[in-house]
Write a protein that binds this ligand. Sequence first.
Ligand SMILES: Cc1cc2nc3c(=O)[nH]c(=O)nc-3n(C[C@H](O)[C@H](O)[C@H](O)COP(=O)(O)OP(=O)(O)OC[C@H]3O[C@@H](n4cnc5c(N)ncnc54)[C@H](O)[C@@H]3O)c2cc1C
Length: 493
Amino acid sequence: MNRDLMLRTLQTTKEWDILVVGGGATGLGIAVDAASRGLSTALVEQSDFAKATSSRSTKLVHGGVRYLKQGNVSLVIEALKERGLLCQNAPHLVSHLPFLVPSYHWWEGPFYGVGLKVYDMLAGKLGIEKSRHLSRDEVLQQLPTIEPKDLRGGTIYYDGQFDDARLAITLAQTAAHHGGCLMNYCSVIRLIKEGPLVKGVIARDEETQQELELHAKVVINATGIFSDGLRKMDGQTDSAIIEPSQGIHLVLDRSFLASDTAIMIPHTDDGRVLFFVPWHRHVLVGTTDTPVEKAVLEPKPMEQEIEFLLTHAKRYLTKHPARSDILSVFAGLRPLVRAGHDAKTAALSRDHVILVSDSGLITIAGGKWTTYRKMAEDAVNKAILVGHLKETPCITENLPLHDPGPIGAGEAALHPRLAITAAHIAVAVHSEMARTLEDVLARRTRALFLEAKASIEVAPIVAQLLAQERKQTTDWAKAEITKFLNIAKNYCA
Ligand SMILES: Cc1cc2nc3c(=O)[nH]c(=O)nc-3n(C[C@H](O)[C@H](O)[C@H](O)COP(=O)(O)OP(=O)(O)OC[C@H]3O[C@@H](n4cnc5c(N)ncnc54)[C@H](O)[C@@H]3O)c2cc1C
């Protein structure tokens, strides 16, 4: 993918069938779906692809054991199907991960054992391995650092795991491969209306401040936590549809878990689900659920959230993490749809909603990473109806996603604690549309999310290589370092 070429295509195309606003899981999924159906498709993202919620998840491709507990069976079936399809279409990005649900009370073993058998069953032929009971000794063998006091045994079940920001780039590349035009750092600032109908957008190239007039038969608002912003541009000033909720993760050294098996605690003190997940040779601990007032691109972890996770980590692990053990901490905002909205609208799934305003603007919100493909299918089906587009069937159930192969294998890493090489930077710039130092360190590689301090240490050399690849000056590289440090401090606990 090349941003200059994308920009030229945007400037010279008279009218798109579908213009997607937002380059997170939802928007990128829509771009893949629409482009692979043969519809002319453009996507604009105000920042980098997956900059907002879509790089800040727990990295699970899952049916959601939690939803099963709530009795939301249809949602679990849909998500388990999507889990299976993603494993099939992107085997290079999704792996199978065993999860242990420990039992500390006599009733937990049978209770979760039966529930997880139902979970297996609902996955049908797209299931992973079957869940099974483990004795106390077997649990301790598999998870040597789990708290042994009062431990009775546990149940192992399987789900998928992925790298969210990498999948986002893969979706962008897949959409581009099918003829889609995707632009990062390009914000929609106004809608173009003809009479009462939306006929396109005015977008601003954030690198040059140039305004672009983009015409489209259908505009889809896939802006996640920012959905109400675009709805306001459309004159929808009634009530907000999004209630953002913050979730944070702590990243610790793998020795705290010392296992390739994740731990899932179904019920913390305040009724949340807690995960300890091995990820890129580290362990993720999360998450929290804190309502917040405002949608922001760079949410900050709160003190009480960090304390909550540290306290619970100490409860379930024998190696107790201290504040100084946190290698990185990141926050994300869930784009939760306010209760009551799906009842009024053409909700095609119980997890996400699709609203069509009187102007024809389509807004899709809610859902989760796991179900991005189904959300996209529903949104494009709706767009075909709204825009009277050529009726073409969705092909993404069996569409393989882009696979670039291994990058930088055998090359020396630029930092002893980070798997980043010069090749990663070159590929990020020339094939993945990385523009800034933060793009490279936060999303093309996951350095900032894994090791905040190490990513700060490596920033000068990466900035220099990035400047070379982008043919930029030393002053540009210095400014990039300053901007990156300003963001990276939020990831240091
Ligand atoms: C803590 C946490 C853990 C989670 N864990 C999981 C998990 O393990 N598994 C799972 O399946 N799901 C998980 N999720 C849910 C999942 O991450 C989200 O549902 C998904 O990422 C939302 O994607 P999105 O594209 O709708 O939103 P976003 O990723 O936020 O994308 C919206 C994009 O729109 C852009 N935008 C906004 N306004 C404009 C504009 N005017 N012009 C151009 N662009 C604009 C934004 O910059 C943003 O990039 C988790 C979520 C959170 C918060």
